[in-house]
Design a protein around this ligand. Structure first.
Ligand SMILES: Cc1ncc(COP(=O)(O)O)c(C=O)c1O
Length: 467
C-alpha cells in the first residue's frame, strides 16, 4: 500500500476495485463529508501519480470521471478544483450481514407460531421431479412472461380442486393466480374500493388485512364475532367490502352458521356490497368433510373467493388465487395491469403438473394425518395441564387453538414471558381492537413435532407458575 500525504489514503492493490475507482471514491467521500471544500485544488496529475505509484493516465481517468460526475471542474491551465457540494455526514461502513442473519438457512420451527405448516414435510423429491419434467418437456412455459391471470393449466387444476374440495363451480377464466392470499386480499381492496371508502373486517381478525386497509385510506368497521360467526355490520353503515373467514374464523376457529351466511349474502345483494371470503386454510378439517365455501353457496354472485397454497403446500412459493364473479373480471384485469403481477410465473406450470399427477393430493392427505395427530396431542395436553388457566374449544379444524385465559391472567404478559424463553405464543388481544374483550393465547400446532410441543408447553406452564 502507498499513502499519499495529501489525501491521506492508501491504494490497495489487492482489492478488486480498480485503482482509478479507489481514487474517485477517496475524492468523493472527502468532498461529501466537507473535508475538501469548494475551490480546493487537486494535486497535478503527474505529481499525484508519482506519489501514489500509479500511471499518470490512471489519475487522469479518475479526475475526468469526477468531472463527469460533477465533483471536479477542470479549467485549462489551472488544473482540477473541487466543485460546490452540500455537506453530508456519511454513515460509517458496516459489515454486511451473512447468509445466516439474512434468514437463508431453513428456520428452526419455534412452537407455537400460528399458521405455520411444517416445511420439513415438503415433498422435495416429487416436487423436483415435477419441475424437471416441465423443464424437459415444455421449458418455454416456465419462461414466458405469462397471462395476466396466470398459467391456464394451473387455473384449470384449481377449478377442479375447488369443485371437489370447496363446492365451488367456477371456470378457469374466473381464476387469477396471486402471490398468496395476502396479495389476493390487497388486489380485492385495490379493485373494489377507493380512498375514503369503508370496509368491514372481523374483530379479532387477520392483522395484515387491517394494516393494508389503513394504508389504502379505508375507514374500518369492526365485525364482532358471536356463536354464529362474524356479525353483520351495524345498521346505518354501508361498507363497500366485507372480509370474512366463514369456514374457520381466524383466529378463533369455528365455522359461520348457514343462517348467518344467508343473512350476509342477502345483505350484500341488497346493499351492493362485495364479500371477500378468505379461505386460506380450509383444507385442514380433521373430522368429516370440509365445510363447503360460502362462494359455492352464493354461486359466485356477491362473493369473491380467496384460496392459498401457503399452508397446504409451501409458505415460501407464495402462490394463491382469487375466484371472481363474471362481472368483476374486467375491474380485476385493470387493477392487475395498473399495479403489476406479484405471483412468480415459473413454478405455476410445475404446480399444475404436481396437482394433475396426484402427488399434491398424496402430500395433502399425509400432512392432514400428521397435523390431526399433533392437534390431538395439543388438545390432550391443554386438557391435562392448563385447565386451571383457561378454556378452549375444539373446532376440529384449522392450524391453531385459542386458549382463552381466566381473568387472573393477561395474554400479553404471558406471551412476553414465553418469548423471553424462546416460545412463541401470540396474544389474542393483539389481533383485536380495543373494543373486543379478547384475552387468550393463540397456539399453532401444525409446524411442530410432539417433542417440540412438549418442551414448549413445559416452558409455557412455567410462565403461569412464575406468577
Ligand atoms: C386469515 C389469514 N389469511 C391469509 C393468510 C396468509 O396467507 P398467504 O401466506 O397465502 O398470504 C393468513 C396467514 O396466516 C391468515 O391467517
Amino acid at each position: 500500500m502507498r499513502h499519499t500525504p495529501w489525501l491521506a489514503f492508501a491504494i490497495d492493490r489487492s482489492a478488486k476495485t480498480p485503482v482509478f475507482e479507489q481514487i474517485c471514491a477517496a475524492v468523493r467521500d472527502r468532498t461529501i463529508s466537507g473535508e475538501l471544500t469548494e475551490g480546493t485544488r487537486l494535486p497535478p496529475t503527474r505529481a499525484f501519480a508519482v506519489e501514489l505509484g500509479v500511471s499518470r493516465s490512471t489519475v487522469v481517468t479518475a479526475y475526468e470521471q469526477l468531472v463527469a460526475e460533477g465533483y471536479l471542474s477542470s479549467l485549462t491551465g489551472s488544473g482540477y478544483t473541487i466543485c460546490a457540494t452540500g455537506q453530508v455526514e456519511l454513515p460509517a461502513h458496516r459489515t454486511p450481514p451473512g447468509p445466516e442473519q439474512e434468514g437463508e438457512q431453513p428456520r428452526k420451527p419455534v412452537p407455537f407460531e400460528a399458521s405455520q405448516p411444517d416445511m420439513r414435510l415438503f415433498p422435495h423429491r416429487q416436487w423436483a421431479k415435477a419441475v424437471s419434467r416441465v423443464c424437459r418437456t415444455n421449458p418455454q412455459s416456465m419462461l414466458v412472461s405469462g397471462a395476466l391471470f396466470g398459467n391456464y393449466k394451473l387455473r384449470q387444476a384449481i377449478a377442479a380442486h375447488v369443485a371437489e374440495w370447496r363446492g365451488i363451480q367456477a371456470s378457469a377464466h374466473q381464476i387469477a393466480i396471486t402471490a398468496g392470499s395476502t396479495d389476493a386480499l390487497e388486489i380485492c381492496m385495490r379493485a373494489l374500493t377507493a380512498k375514503g371508502d369503508t370496509i368491514g373486517l372481523e374483530d379479532p381478525g387477520y392483522m395484515p388485512a387491517r394494516s393494508f386497509a389503513q394504508a389504502h385510506g379505508l375507514s374500518q368497521i369492526r365485525l364482532e364475532i358471536d356463536g354464529n360467526g362474524a356479525r353483520l355490520p351495524p345498521d346505518g353503515t354501508k361498507p363497500q367490502l366485507v372480509m370474512l373467514t366463514p369456514s374457520q374464523q381466524y383466529p378463533l376457529g369455528g365455522a359461520m352458521s348457514p343462517g348467518r351466511r344467508l343473512e350476509f349474502i342477502r345483505w350484500a345483494k341488497a346493499n351492493g356490497t362485495w364479500i371477500v371470503e378468505d379461505d386460506y386454510d380450509s383444507e385442514f378439517r380433521y373430522a368429516g368433510r370440509p365445510i363447503p365455501a360460502m362462494a359455492g353457496f352464493d354461486r359466485l354472485n356477491r362473493t369473491i373467493y380467496i384460496g392459498s397454497f401457503s399452508k397446504i403446500f409451501s409458505n415460501s412459493l407464495r402462490l394463491g388465487y382469487v375466484i371472481l364473479p363474471e362481472t368483476l373480471l374486467e375491474p380485476f384485469r385493470t387493477t392487475l395491469m395498473r399495479f403489476g403481477i406479484k405471483a412468480s410465473y415459473l413454478p405455476q406450470q410445475a404446480l399444475s403438473e404436481f396437482m394433475a399427477s396426484g402427488e399434491f393430493y398424496r402430500h395433502l392427505r399425509r400432512v392432514r394425518r400428521i397435523y390431526a395427530e399433533r392437534r390431538k396431542y395439543l388438545i390432550d395436553r391443554l386438557t391435562a395441564d392448563f385447565s386451571d388457566v383457561g378454556t378452549f374449544q375444539d373446532h376440529q379444524a384449522g392450524m391453531q387453538i385459542v386458549l382463552h385465559l381466566n381473568d387472573r391472567w393477561t395474554d400479553t404478559v404471558i406471551a412476553q414471558r414465553a418469548a423471553e424463553k424462546s416460545v412463541e405464543v401470540q396474544a389474542l388481544s393483539e389481533m383485536a381492537s380495543d373494543k373486543c374483550a379478547c384475552n387468550g393465547l393463540v397456539l399453532g400446532f401444525c409446524g411442530y413435532q410432539q417433542e417440540e410441543m412438549a418442551a414448549g408447553l413445559a416452558v409455557l406452564r412455567s410462565c403461569f407458575d412464575q406468577a
